[in-house]
Design a protein around this ligand. Structure first.
Ligand code: IMP
Ligand code: MG
Length: 184
């Protein structure tokens, strides 16, 4: 285990079992249909790579990047950048994939943007759901795991850009972020 990690919340084996379960559900849900999987960068890249290889439906891969213009304490204005062109989205069934559903602001915004650009249907699947932190009305259609209200890293999730490459999800030692506001 990495020295900065207080405890492991989800081991690599548990993560992959959770992905198998959700991928099976999604494969049944989208049976016979072609989808566009939208990966919200950067945190979702590892989750998306593992999930889409378990989906047995034809799919295209697209990316969204959400920038926040705020300071460390105020959640700033969010701006979405999409990597598919409008042609690639029009009339498509979109599966929007994110690492964690926290306040709900990111996914609510990206979903609206995808619909505005002509997607026929947008469903959401998150790796982690932190329901205690919801600030806007938004629920994912699928979540692999629920987590308590604590800051987690690993398997794509970062603190100050680090720890994305851990194979597991863990809680950071308090001294790592002591005095810092870790609210995204
Ligand atoms: P939102 O608050 O639902 O808009 O989530 C915004 C983003 O905050 C997520 O996509 C993550 O990148 C980040 N985030 C939220 N909670 C955590 C956490 O516990 N660890 C790492 N990143 C987090
Ligand atoms: Mg992030």
């Amino acid at each position: 285990m990495h020295g900065d990690i207080e405890r492991i919340l989800l081991s690599e084996e548990e993560i992959l079992r959770g992905l198998d379960r959700v991928a099976q559900t999604l494969t049944e849900e989208y049976a016979g249909q072609e989808i566009t999987a939208v990966c919200v960068l950067k945190g979702s890249c590892i989750f998306v790579a593992d999930l889409i290889r378990r989906l047995q439906v034809p799919l295209n891969l697209a990316f969204a990047y959400v920038q926040s213009y705020g300071d460390r304490t105020e959640p700033g204005e969010l701006v979405t950048h999409l990597m598919p062109t409008e042609d690639e989205l029009r009339g498509r069934r979109v599966l929007l994939l994110d690492d964690i559903l926290d306040s709900g602001r990111t996914l609510r915004l990206v979903k609206r943007e995808l619909i505005a650009r002509g997607a026929a249907d947008v469903r959401t699947c998150v790796f982690l759901d932190k329901p205690a932190r919801r600030a806007v009305e938004f629920e994912a259609d699928h979540a692999c795991f629920q987590v308590d209200d604590l800051f987690v890293v690993g398997y794509g999730l970062d603190y100050a850009g680090r720890y994305r490459n851990l194979r597991f999800v863990g809680a950071l030692r308090e001294e790592i972020y002591a005095g810092e506001d870790v609210t995204p």
